[in-house]
Design a binder for this molecule. Structure first.
Ligand code: SF4
Length: 86
């Protein structure tokens, strides 16, 4: 059967990936200061001067940064980066 118009706004504005929200969390006590995340996504992660522990710069990074943030989470040796996407 033909469903009623369930397709919501096909969107006049192009730009796939829009509307996808990413939230990033870091488990600071787990971080071993390897700096991987900072090398991959310097706009989102930084390291503390004194001990190299991760600093989260951007809790909700822009869509163009999502791939880098995901990669950071994958390569983090301490599994200290958590990515929540909806
Ligand atoms: S990659 Fe993981 S362990 Fe390394 S600095 Fe970033 S959060 Fe810390």
């Amino acid at each position: 059967m033909s469903g009623e118009s369930s397709s919501e706004g096909s969107g006049a504005s192009s730009g796939e990936g829009k509307g996808v929200t990413m939230r990033v969390e870091v488990d600071v006590p787990k971080c071993v200061a390897s700096g991987q995340c900072v090398m991959i996504a310097p706009d989102v992660f930084d390291q503390r001067e004194e001990d190299g522990i991760v600093v989260l710069l951007d809790e909700q990074p822009a869509p163009e940064l999502h791939a880098d943030v995901r990669e950071s989470a994958v390569v983090c040796p301490a599994a200290a980066i958590r990515v929540i996407e909806k």
